[in-house]
Design a protein around this ligand. Structure first.
Ligand SMILES: N[C@@H](CCC(=O)N[C@@H](CS)C(=O)NCC(=O)O)C(=O)O
Length: 220
């Protein structure tokens, strides 16, 4: 089976798929397209014109969750989505929470404005971003704080797609200067600190920070 991943490395959604591919040792070609310069005909790959997409023997899948679940079915080891129905559903929920709640609240604010727009020299409204983060992030952080309940992983006692989805969004937020305060959300801050400093996240975090630094340096 010949696979190609379409997408730019700094997308938290592409990073989710990258981490699944890497953890499962799946061979896959890369086509580093960005939403700003999509190749002609990309709408036939993903009509929403978003990244990531996965080419599989000339057919295409869109959406990071769909792709990660497909990879899990094809390559069940190591297990990133538990088989137990309750834990599987909880993993799906926390992945959705990351993709559809954390992403607009912390990635589309902190990362998009303070990194993407800034690097392109596009003016952005910093007070509006600070206010949006202050309003939208705390309830989400509070919920994750409750879910952790003293554990090192969101689901059970091992890494799952829930951790991959959540930590991926927080990497982008961190590049945009957003991180939960340890005094207010101690479990979440420690959970993120520990994962960002250990594999499979640490190497990706360091490499992607270098990309961000280069983007911002070029814009000066
Ligand atoms: N739910 C989608 C979200 C993908 C997404 O929003 N990707 C962003 C890049 S981080 C994108 O392509 N944005 C371009 C656009 O929305 O036009 C997924 O999980 O793949």
């Amino acid at each position: 089976m010949a696979m190609t991943l379409y997408g730019a490395p700094l997308s938290p959604f592409v990073r989710k798929v990258e981490l699944c591919l890497r953890l499962k040792g799946i061979e896959c070609a890369r086509n580093p397209v960005t939403p700003f310069a999509l190749p002609e005909g990309y709408e036939h790959i993903n009509p929403l014109k978003r990244i990531p997409a996965l080419g599989v023997d000339g057919r295409y899948l869109a959406d990071s969750a769909v792709i990660c679940h497909f990879l899990e079915d094809l390559y069940p080891e190591p297990e990133l989505i538990p088989a137990d129905p309750w834990l599987k559903a909880r993993t799906g929920w926390l992945e959705k929470f990351a993709d559809y709640e954390l992403a607009p609240a912390i990635t589309a604010t902190a990362f998009r404005h303070r990194v993407v727009l800034k690097s392109m020299g596009t003016p952005y409204d910093e007070p509006a971003i600070t206010t949006a983060l202050a309003e939208r992030a705390p309830p989400l952080y509070g919920y994750l704080e409750e879910q952790l309940d003293g554990r090192a992983f969101l689901i059970g006692d091992r890494l799952s797609l829930a951790d991959i989805a959540v930590v991926s969004q927080f990497m982008n937020a961190a590049f945009g200067g957003e991180f939960p305060a340890v005094e207010r959300w101690p479990q979440l801050a420690r959970y993120l600190g520990n994962h960002l400093a250990s594999e499979p996240f640490a190497g990706v975090f360091a490499a992607h920070r270098q990309l961000v630094d280069k983007m911002l340096a070029r814009s000066h």
